[in-house]
Every structure is written in C-alpha cells, then in structure tokens.
Write a protein that binds this ligand. Structure first.
Ligand SMILES: CCCCCCCCCCCCCCCCCCCCCCCCCCCC(=O)SCCNC(=O)CCNC(=O)[C@H](O)C(C)(C)COP(=O)(O)OP(=O)(O)OC[C@H]1O[C@@H](n2cnc3c(N)ncnc32)[C@H](O)[C@@H]1OP(=O)(O)O
Ligand SMILES: NC(=O)C1=CN([C@@H]2O[C@H](COP(=O)(O)OP(=O)(O)OC[C@H]3O[C@@H](n4cnc5c(N)ncnc54)[C@H](OP(=O)(O)O)[C@@H]3O)[C@@H](O)[C@H]2O)C=CC1
Length: 513
C-alpha cells in the first residue's frame, strides 16, 4: 500500500511552494497523515518570511480537505531556508544535519520553468542545483529514493521519445564550469549554438539535469518523471484547481478576457496536456516503487496523454471558447472569440488587426479620458508569450509509456484507485470545462455571483462591436462612393434592387388580402 509506505517517513520536497509542489504536499498529507515530517526547501520572498509563506499555502482552499484528516497539518511541515541558486543550497549547518540524518525520500521539483531564462540562471537552477542535491543525498544514510521531476519536452528536438536519457552534445560538467567564468555577453552568443534545435534554455537545461543524474547518481536509487504540459486538477482534491499562469492557463485567461483573438496553432496537433493530480499520483507511486523494488537502473516515467487518450488543440480551443459562453470572465476587454491561424502571413495580419490596432485604439481612449495608457504594453507581452509557446502548439510528439504502464500493473486495485494515473479515464470536454471554471475561481479569484454582470458586460461589448463595425463600414463605403464610379453604380443597383423587392412583397401581400 502506497499510503502506508509514506506513513512514518521523513520526506524532502524542493519546489514545494510551486504548482506541482503544493499538490504533492496536499496529497501526501491527505493520504498518509501519519507521515513523520515533510521538509520543504523554501526561500524568503516578496517581504514574507518562510513561516508566512508556508502559512499562506496551508491556509489556502487547496488544503481545506487535508485538515479534515490531518488537523495538525502545520506541525507536519518543516520549512528549511534554502536558495537553490547558492552554494550548498544555502542551507544552514544545523538544518543540513537534520536533513542528512532523517530524510527517507527526496522529491526534487524545484526548477526555473521560464522559457526565456538566461542560460547562466537556468543552468544554476536546473543543473547545478540538481548536482548539489545529489551530493547532499549521497550523504543521507536513510535515503530510500530520489525522485526527480523533469519534463517530457527535455528532448523535444526528437519526434519519438523513449523512456531513456538522451545525451546532449556538451557534457553538463563543462557547461557548469564554463558558466562560472564566461561573461553574460559571451553566454548570450553561445546560447543558440548550445541549445541547438531545442527551442529554449528551459528544455535544454532540463535535459542537462537528467544527464547529471545519470552521471553523478552513484548508488542512489533514482527515478525520473517526465510530465508533458501540466494543467489544473482533474479530480483531487477537487476538480479545476490551478494557481499558476504557466502553459495553457495564461492563454485561457487571455482568451477569456478577450485579449487573445488569434493564435498560431495547428488544430490537429496533439495537445499533450496532463492534469496535475495525475502527475502527483504517478510521482508518489514511483517514490514507493523505487524505494521498495529498488530497480537496477534509473527508470524514467513519461507522464503524458497523447498516446493513451489524445486530444487536439482544435478540440481543446473549441471547448475553451464554448465554456466562456456558460462561464464568462469578468471585465473582459473584448468578447472572447479567438481563432487559429496557420501561416506567417495570416498570423501577422491578425496580430495587427485583432491585437495591436484595438490596443492602440483603447490606449487613445484612455489617454483622452485622462488615464494612463497600458493596453499596448499588455498586448506586446501577450504576443511575446505567444511566440514562446508557438513551438509547442504546432507540433506533435510520441512518448512511449512502457514504464508508466508497467507501474500501473504493479499497483494493487486499491492503489490504482487512490493513486490513479490512468489518463484513459479522463473525459477531455468535462476536464476543460472544470479547468476554465477553476481558472476563474482559483486563479482570477472571481466570484460566481458575478456571472450575470459579466454576461451583461459581454452584451454591451457586442453592441459596441456592432456599432463600431457599422460605423466603419459606412465611412469606408462613403469614401469609396465619393471616389469610384463603379462603387456608385453598384450602390444604385443594390438600392434599386432592394426597392423593387420591397414593392413586390407589398403588392403580393395586398393581393392575398
Ligand atoms: C476549430 C475551432 C477553433 C477554435 C479556435 C479557438 C482558439 C482559441 C484558443 C482559446 C484558448 C486557448 C486555450 C488553448 C490554447 C493552448 C495553448 C497552450 C500552449 C501551451 C504550451 C505550453 C508548452 C509547455 C511545454 C513545456 C512544459 C514544461 O515543462 S514547463 C512549464 C511551462 N512553463 C511555462 O509555461 C513558462 C512560460 N512562461 C515564460 O517563460 C514567461 O512567463 C514568458 C517568457 C512567456 C513571459 O515572460 P514575461 O517576462 O513577459 O512575463 P512574466 O513576468 O513571466 O509574467 C507576466 C505576468 O504573469 C504573472 N505570472 C507569471 N508567472 C505566474 C505564475 N506562475 N502564477 C501567477 N502569475 C504569474 C506575472 O506576475 C506577471 O504579472 P504582472 O506582474 O501583473 O504583469
Ligand atoms: N508546470 C508544467 O507544465 C510542467 C512542470 N514540469 C516540471 O515540474 C517541476 C515543477 O514545476 P512547477 O511546479 O510548474 O513550477 P513552479 O514555477 O510553479 O515552481 C517552481 C518551484 O521551484 C522553486 N524555486 C525556484 N527557484 C528557486 C531557488 N532559487 N531556491 C529555492 N527554490 C526555488 C520555486 O520557489 P518560489 O516559490 O520561491 O519561487 C517553486 O517552489 C519543475 O521541475 C518543472 O520543470 C514539467 C513539465 C511541465
């Protein structure tokens, strides 16, 4: 039993304040309330102490269910001050001693997930910190398993990806060394050459991180999880929970608020989305399996949906838009109505017509009404984000899932239920609807009671849209008539045709009477 396995254990989680980390803590505490302690490595941030950060997380909606089974949830979490950017992760001697003597399982989730991070920073967090954590782990006498969260896109330069570690051209050790003495300008220059046919520093450094595990894992019992695009919760602790704007979520917000009107995407490309609770269930099952069965080599588990239950971006986008009809977001800029474009010319055209021009018009309006213009800035940011995500929504990948399926067959029926990671059971349309609802409730923190007002607002926007289009048409037509004899002839033809049609209907209705 997986739940029983974690009871009495001391578990170390990095990245516990992140999206995946919070869901992991919640599930662990809910299913194994008798676990000894969860150590979390946290850095003080935004004027908050460690304790304040942890307090805020544990008092959030996500942890409401946990408190029913584990009322002393605060006592189970031990926050340790750390910074993964620093040497030895900046953990104090006393804390380090405690970690070394007690830790049984490590879940390494911390990373920089920014696509555009400077290579030096991405290497520090995704490679060097992993190396340092490994070194710390190797000094833990009670350690049973080291579980590393990577990404299914670490090898997105390949089309078919197996559950193996693929080597990068330059050894991670050399990259780590060079980051210490190269200056930023040179790093900028060599970055495109190093990342090669990967799209960004994130995927490249996650691949390097895996190599470090392979080369420096020693005798540690290691497993790697590779999730694809992680989305809101599917079932647990309740459907639709999400608090991160990364990945598709940011675009759902942008589309729902009416900023995003067109997106360069391939409707038939596979949208390899995976719910976060499913990722965490697999991760905890892997922790158990790795510790108990001690596989001879490092096993890699793909946590993807494409080969077992594929959904395409076209279907997903359609469902997102359909959900906005039922559950509109508040204070939208325009009515949600986005479309896919498939080539450079249409993308540039729609970016200009649907994104830039409305932003400029709105900024002029803000200026005229004495307010600070801001929409052009928002749009520029959105267009930059779109350009970063485009790579992932115009391609499909195949990930083999032998290890993941093998693990499923190793679980007892009870564990298969409690730690369900069978994506075949997921109904996409229902999931997307809950996802959009979750974005509204938990990320945007909008009240459901505001839906009638949001609908009214959308109606007003529709009327403004019709009015604006009619005015634009009349102006354009007036200008055309003034300049072109052909346009005048067409206009007179249409008017006389309509007049004749009207006279005909009037005459025929009189005859009937
Ligand atoms: C046939 C019918 C057709 C119908 C057509 C319909 C089509 C319409 C579509 C409708 C809706 C669309 C829905 C589906 C579309 C799907 C698209 C999905 C794309 C998904 C691709 C994902 C690929 C992921 C692959 C890899 C997965 C991983 O392994 S890692 C995790 C993923 N990582 C990321 O996603 C990070 C990406 N982000 C970045 O790299 C950067 O943010 C950026 C470079 C994109 C932008 O950087 P910038 O500096 O400009 O901004 P930043 O400062 O980062 O943030 C801006 C504001 O956002 C706030 N923010 C940032 N992060 C968070 C957070 N985690 N939580 C909350 N808020 C956050 C930040 O504070 C900023 O806010 P302000 O300060 O207020 O400005
Ligand atoms: N989200 C996704 O779609 C996917 C994620 N993954 C992987 O899952 C893992 C978790 O991702 P996710 O939860 O989405 O990411 P988040 O960005 O939400 O969380 C990242 C975590 O890392 C911590 N962290 C970052 N820098 C430091 C630092 N210098 N010192 C200490 N802690 C630090 C953050 O702490 P803080 O709160 O202080 O910033 C946060 O807890 C990552 O390894 C990622 O590569 C893989 C595939 C998809």
């Amino acid at each position: 039993m997986i739940s029983a396995f974690y009871n009495g254990k001391s578990i170390l989680i990095t990245g516990a304040t992140g999206f995946l980390g919070k869901v992991m803590m919640e599930k662990l505490l809910r299913t194994s309330p008798d676990l000894k302690v969860i150590y979390i490595l946290v850095r003080p941030k935004a004027g908050q102490t460690l304790q304040q950060r942890v307090f805020q997380i544990l008092n959030s909606k996500l942890f409401e269910k946990v408190k029913e089974v584990c009322p002393k949830v605060h006592e189970k979490i031990r926050a340790i001050s750390a910074d993964l950017n620093q040497h030895d992760l900046a953990i104090s001697k006393e804390d380090m001693q405690e970690l070394l003597s007690h830790t049984n399982i490590i879940f390494h989730c911390a990373a920089t997930v920014r696509f555009d991070d400077h290579l030096r920073h991405a290497v520090q967090l995704n490679v060097t910190a992993t190396q340092q954590l490994l070194s710390i782990a190797s000094q833990m006498p009670k350690l049973e398993a080291f579980i590393h969260i990577s990404t299914a896109f670490a090898n997105c330069n390949l089309k078919h990806i197996d559950e193996v570690i693929y080597p990068c051209a330059v050894e991670p050790k050399k990259i780590i060394d060079s980051m210490e003495w190269l200056d930023d300008a040179i790093i900028d220059e060599i970055t495109p050459k190093l990342i090669g046919d990967r799209p960004n520093t994130y995927t490249y450094t996650k691949a390097l991180g895996e190599m470090v595990l392979q080369q420096e894992g020693g005798n540690l019992n290691i497993a790697i999880i590779r999730p694809s695009i992680v989305g809101a919760t599917w079932q647990e602790p309740f459907p639709g929970w999400i608090d991160s704007i990364n990945g598709p979520t940011g675009l759902i917000v942008a589309a729902g608020k009416g900023f995003l009107r067109s997106i360069r995407a391939t409707p038939m490309a596979v949208a390899d989305l995976i719910p976060v609770d499913l990722v965490i269930n697999l991760t905890l099952a892997v922790g158990w399996y790795t510790a108990v069965h001690r596989p001879k080599s490092t096993l890699i588990y793909h946590c993807t949906s494409g080969n077992l239950n594929p959904c395409h971006w076209g279907k997903m986008g359609f469902q997102v838009l359909a959900t906005f009809e039922k559950i509109p977001f508040e204070k939208a800029f325009r009515r949600p109505n986005a479309d896919f474009t498939t080539n450079n010319i249409t993308t540039h055209y729609w970016n200009a017509v649907s994104h830039r021009v409305p932003a400029i018009i709105y900024d002029v309006y803000l200026r005229l009404t004495g307010r600070k213009p801001r929409m052009t800035k928002v749009m520029n940011r959105l267009l930059r984000t779109l350009s970063m995500l485009e790579y992932f929504i115009n391609r499909s990948w195949e990930w083999s899932t032998y290890n993941t399926e093998m693990l499923m067959s190793e679980l007892s029926p009870e564990d298969q239920r409690v730690f369900n990671f069978d994506v075949r059971q997921l109904n996409w349309l229902e999931y997307i609807e809950n996802y959009v609802l979750g974005v509204k409730k938990y990320l945007l923190k909008e009240d459901m009671a505001g839906i009638p007002e949001a609908r009214q607002h959308l109606k007003r926007l529709r009327n403004i849209h019709y009015l604006f289009n009619t005015a634009l048409f009349l102006i354009a037509w007036r200008l055309l008539i003034a300049r072109s004899q052909v346009a005048r002839n067409v206009w007179f033809f249409i008017v006389s045709f309509c007049y004749k049609l009207l006279s005909y209907f009037r005459a025929s209705s009189r005859l009937k009477v």
